[in-house]
Design a protein around this ligand. Structure first.
Ligand code: MLT
Ligand code: ZN
Length: 450
């Protein structure tokens, strides 16, 4: 039996796509920067089918690339050329919420928005949230250890994952879904797979921790002098606002782009160098506390507090529409980096000059998750200098002891730069782990480890 015949027998003919007009949307990533032809796209419906697909690929020595909602930004979810593209998007099982444990078991293909709706219907919520919520899948979020806008309060995906089920490279299945609160029986294999970017196993189901649903929200947009001003305001607000859930940064150029490309009206009568979106959430309305805290804080050039849900959404749009506005302006070099907070201002101040030295025409758009020092460095118009821009930015990050990947993963785009953030000893250890779990090197080749 050929591999294609085996795959068709495993999942049904209609779920093995080979025609370019059917596979095309799976083969180019969201940014349009990464694309490649696959041997075929396979769309299993459950763990047993995933296991059979992976077993067949191992038998045929066929490399596999894994894809959730195809919202990844580092090229890890699309083929480099010739791999079997395994889409997990049909694994959409939602088990009932376990109210005693405050946990739920879901399929890897459940979107973040569907998970949020499911948890909220049971009076709970999910701790991770991000702009791509309608398409991003929880399997992909776990595989990249995604963060998003509420890390300040709840942490990244690693904190939310209480257990998982995964298909190993030989087709065997590891199931660890009980979500016990305490369990120290040896190596943490669940945590090992979170953030492994599809290189060690195929995550098929997850046991996720839920958080209390906080129905009362307050959102403010604050204008400040620059990154140092934003950090100062955040430092002052934190002790005053125990309900603080988000603190998101963007700069004047980003606001211009969002308003220009998407027709949003400007938030303040005057322009300012930098802006901070802050959100509080709690069981009682935090609006008065937010207004009080902002009136006590020094360094605000202007501020507005939302009065209702549509205005809260409108303030969030200035920040969350950055990715879409940048994409409308072109195909950016997208770099997701993390800096020590003490180095953030100097890093940002020097960045345009460093980029201009290798790409004089390029435009830098910066935004990110301020509390974690997580900046999204988007460089438009780099053209032929895209590689040089990547090198100059990531080397600059490393020179400040930052991380070259904060929450998007290393993927294909930054695999060559892993040594900037990981020592030779660590990279060798990662290779040993990869060799142990995927000795044929068939899972996501070229992703994370070259
Ligand atoms: C975000 O924070 O909006 C996301 O990480 C997406 C992006 O960086 O473009
Ligand atoms: Zn982000």
């Amino acid at each position: 039996m050929t591999l294609l015949e085996g795959l068709r027998a495993a999942v049904g003919v209609e779920h093995v796509l080979t025609e370019a007009d059917l596979t095309g949307s799976y083969e180019t990533d969201w940014t349009r920067r990464f694309s490649g032809r696959s041997a075929c796209v396979v769309r299993p419906a459950d763990t047993a089918q995933v296991a059979e697909i992976v077993r067949l690929c191992a038998e045929h020595g066929a490399p596999v690339v894994l894809q959730g909602g195809n919202t990844g930004l580092v090229g890890a979810g699309v083929p480099a050329g010739g791999e079997v593209l395994l889409s997990l998007a049909r694994l959409t099982q939602l088990d009932p919420v376990d109210l005693d444990a405050g946990q739920v078991t879901v399929g890897a293909g459940v979107t973040l928005a569907a998970l949020q709706a499911h948890a909220r219907a049971a009076g709970l919520d999910f701790g991770v949230d991000l702009a791509a919520r309608d398409s991003a899948t929880v399997g992909g979020l776990a595989a990249t250890n995604a963060g998003g806008i509420r890390v300040l309060r709840y942490g990244s995906m690693d904190v939310q994952v209480a257990g998982l089920e995964a298909v190993l490279a030989d087709g065997s299945v590891m199931t660890r879904l009980t979500g016990l609160a305490k369990d120290n029986t040896g190596y943490d294999l669940v945590r090992l797979l979170v953030g492994s970017e599809g290189t060690l196993a195929v995550i098929t189901r997850l046991r996720l921790r839920l958080v209390p649903q906080l129905r009362e929200r307050a959102v403010a947009l604050v204008a400040v002098d620059g990154v140092a001003g934003a950090l100062s305001v955040l430092r002052q607000l934190k002790p005053l606002l125990p309900d603080l859930s988000a603190a998101e940064l963007f700069l004047a150029d980003g606001l211009d782009l969002v308003c220009g490309k998407l027709g949003l009206s400007r938030p303040f009568p005057q322009d300012h160098p930098a802006y901070l979106v802050v959100e509080c959430a709690g069981p009682v309305d935090p609006t008065d506390a937010m207004v009080d805290a902002l009136s006590q804080a020094d360094g605000l050039r202007d501020a507005t507090v939302a009065k209702d849900a549509p205005t809260r959404r409108a303030l969030w749009d200035y920040r969350e529409k950055h990715t879409e506005a940048i994409s409308l302006a072109g195909v950016p070099v997208k770099l997701d980096v993390c800096l020590p907070l003490g180095a953030l201002t100097e890093f940002v101040d020097g960045l345009p000059g460093a980029v201009a030295a290798v790409a004089p025409e390029a435009v830098v758009v910066l935004f990110g998750h301020l509390n974690e020092g997580n900046l999204h460095v988007n460089v438009l118009g780099a053209g032929e200098a895209a590689g040089a821009v990547t090198t100059v930015v990531l080397e600059r990050v490393a020179s400040y002891a930052g991380s070259i990947s904060s929450e998007h993963g290393v993927g294909r785009s930054k695999a060559a730069y892993l040594g900037l953030s990981r020592s030779p000893v660590e990279v060798a250890l990662m290779r040993s782990v990869k060799q142990a779990l995927d000795p044929q090197g068939l899972l996501s080749p070229g992703v994370l480890l070259l």
